[in-house]
Design a protein around this ligand. Structure first.
Ligand SMILES: [Zn+2]
Length: 141
């Protein structure tokens, strides 16, 4: 393999994303080629910085919301018996509230309790309305 071809594949090599024989080939080339070895080292450092910026704990509020959404999807995927279909809006609401509540708690400094209180008052009645509607529809049928 030529140096140019090595350079093109280096990023996949560093991510361990190549077939085994190509991984070996590049490893061998790097051992014998200073230019490519230097370039590989430079790329490894760059990738390390990028990976550090990608960590989920950089934005806890976003992470909480994604997690809450995943949990909701898991519940929807389970085959639902009749009682579960009635309970589902309530469970959904609880998960949503937990997500919102955790998000508010994490997202705000501790000395901002007053504002948190108002935010919750605005959100909660709206959520209860959303949860109540499917149950009423079900009982009317
Ligand atoms: Zn080379």
């Amino acid at each position: 393999m030529k140096c140019k071809a090595i350079h093109k594949k280096l990023i996949f090599f560093l991510e361990n994303d190549l077939p085994e024989n190509e991984m070996e080939e590049i490893k061998l080339h790097l051992a014998g080629c200073h230019e490519c070895a230097d370039f590989a080292e430079y790329m490894r450092k760059t990738l390390k910085v990028l990976n550090q910026e990608r960590k989920p704990d950089v934005n806890p509020f976003f992470y909480t919301r994604v997690k809450a959404r995943l949990e909701n999807q898991t519940i929807k995927e389970i085959a639902t018996p009749l009682w579960a279909r009635i309970l589902q809006p309530a469970v959904f609401t609880l998960l949503l509230l937990a997500g919102v509540y955790a998000g508010i708690k994490i997202g705000q400094p501790a000395n901002n309790i007053q504002e948190t209180y108002y935010a919750e008052q605005e959100i909660f009645p709206y959520l209860y309305e959303m949860a109540a509607e499917p149950i009423e529809t079900f009982l009317m049928e």
